[in-house]
Design a protein around this ligand. Structure first.
Ligand code: CA
Length: 240
C-alpha cells in the first residue's frame, strides 16, 4: 500500500482526493498547510511515497515547501496542484524541485493517473535497488561520470549529486536516445506524460540543472547539446 500526503487547505478538494486515493487502496494523510507538511516529512520522518501539494496555502506556499524539501535532501515525488496555471508558474514549480504539475481545476482521472505514474516509478526504483543491484541498465557510465538510476545519484569525479525522480527520468530518456536529437515535445510526452499544450520551456530549466551536474563548463556543453530548432541531444563521448 502506498502512502500519500495531501497538502491542501480547501477541505472539499482534500477530502475528494482522500476518498478517491483510498478507493484505489492507498493510505492517505491530509495536512492543511506547508509548515505541517514540512514537519511531517522532515521532522517526524513519516514515510510517504508521493505528495500532492497545493501552491496557495496559508503561510508557506507550495513552491517554498518543495524547495525546502529538496534542500533538506528529501526527494519524495511531489505533484504540484495549483490554480496558478501560467507557464511561468509551471517553471517555478519545476525549478523548485517538483516532479509533476497539474493546474486547477483538474480532471480527477488525470490526477489519479499522474499520481499512479509517480508511484510506479518510485516502486520500480525500489524494487530494482533491493533485488538486483547490478541489473543491466541500472547505471550508465560516460567519461568520469556514473549515473545510478536506482539511487538517483550522479557520480562526477569525486562528487555525488542527488537527483530528483524527474531529473533521473529525463537523463535516462536522453541517454536512451544518445546520438540523436529529441524534441522538447517528445521529452514532455515521454518523461512527464504530458500531452497537453504545455509550455516546453519547463524542459530548459531541467537541462540547465543537468548541465550543472555533468558539464565541466555548463555554458559550453559537450554532452548535453542544444539542437537549434529541435531540442536536445545527449552525446556520451564527445569527439576531441
Ligand atoms: Ca489553496
Amino acid at each position: 500500500m502506498s502512502q500519500i500526503l495531501i497538502v491542501e487547505d480547501e477541505t472539499h478538494i482534500a477530502e475528494g482526493l482522500r476518498f478517491n486515493l483510498e478507493a484505489e487502496g492507498h493510505g492517505v494523510k491530509v495536512v492543511e498547510n506547508g509548515e505541517d507538511a514540512l514537519r511531517t516529512l522532515l521532522q517526524e520522518k513519516e514515510p510517504f511515497d508521493a505528495v500532492v501539494l497545493d501552491v496557495m496555502l496559508p503561510g508557506k506556499d507550495g513552491f517554498t515547501v518543495v524547495r525546502e524539501l529538496r534542500q533538506a535532501q528529501d526527494y519524495v515525488p511531489v505533484l504540484i496542484l495549483t490554480a496558478l496555471g501560467r507557464p511561468e508558474d509551471v517553471l517555478i514549480g519545476f525549478e523548485a524541485g517538483a516532479d509533476d504539475y497539474l493546474p486547477k481545476p483538474f480532471n480527477l482521472d488525470i490526477l489519479m493517473a499522474r499520481v499512479e505514474s509517480l508511484l510506479r516509478r518510485k516502486k520500480w526504483l525500489k524494487e530494482t535497488s533491493s533485488t538486483a543491484p547490478t541489473v543491466a541498465g541500472s547505471s550508465f557510465r560516460f567519461g568520469d561520470k556514473l549515473v545510478d538510476f536506482e539511487q538517483l545519484r550522479l557520480h562526477s569525479g569525486n562528487r555525488v549529486f542527488q537527483l530528483t525522480l524527474m531529473e533521473t527520468d529525463l537523463l535516462r530518456f536522453l541517454i536512451t536516445n544518445s546520438g540523436r536529437p529529441v524534441s522538447r515535445k517528445a521529452i514532455l510526452e515521454n518523461v512527464w506524460n504530458l500531452h497537453e499544450d504545455t509550455d516546453t520551456r519547463a524542459i530548459d530549466n531541467f537541462i540547465v540543472r543537468l548541465r550543472r551536474y555533468i558539464e565541466v563548463d555548463p555554458a559550453n556543453p559537450k554532452h548535453l547539446l542544444t539542437v537549434r530548432g529541435v531540442g536536445y541531444e545527449f552525446v556520451a563521448e564527445p569527439e576531441g
